[in-house]
Write a protein that binds this ligand. Structure first.
Ligand code: SME
Length: 162
């Protein structure tokens, strides 16, 4: 099992929020801070196999920093398309326990079995999202969702400014 056991997860998530805050305080510029957050999420959570942030640009989601074994071809996704686009359109966190069973899923990696997408808000508007792919079925649950929603609030100020 690649995930920490259930009773350890809230502690791990609480610690993680502390290092996210520390990263944000220490990083010199927003792009470096955002890269560090995705790298740390992937390194510290065994089930978080590919971690990326997409930022809203007009009608699209555009890939920002990511951490994973492979680059994705989906660097620009129209809002409304895919699981990513659905979360951006609705403002709701999406947990997909089995990507093969979700017709909205846009395939990026052959290894992906499950996915979580968490919107990032500013002033009530979706300005981006955190997208995480897992190589195990059912890798994400409501604990991940609540944790990543807190991370999303912390990274919202890192959105690139035009
Ligand atoms: N699977 C996503 C596309 C992004 S890749 O996972 C990095 C989707 O269905 O929108």
């Amino acid at each position: 099992m690649s995930h920490p056991v259930a009773e350890e997860r809230p502690v791990a998530h609480g610690d993680a929020l502390n290092w996210v805050r520390a990263d944000l305080a220490e990083a010199g510029d927003p792009a470096a801070a955002a890269q560090r957050v995705v790298d740390q999420l992937r390194d510290r959570f065994a089930g978080y196999d590919w971690v990326g942030i997409y930022w809203v640009e007009g009608p699209d989601l555009v890939l920002g920093p990511w951490s994973g074994a492979e680059a994705t071809e989906h660097t620009r996704i129209p809002i409304g398309t895919g699981v990513c686009g659905a979360a951006a359109a609705s403002g709701q966190t999406e947990i997909v326990p089995d990507v093969d069973a979700d017709p909205r899923y846009l395939a990026c990696f052959a290894s992906t079995r499950s996915e979580i997408v968490v919107p990032i808000f500013e002033g009530g508007e979706v300005i981006g999202e955190i997208d995480i792919d897992g190589s195990d079925l059912d890798a994400f649950d409501e604990t991940d969702a609540r944790f990543l929603e807190e991370v999303a609030a912390l990274v919202a100020p890192l959105r690139p400014r035009a």
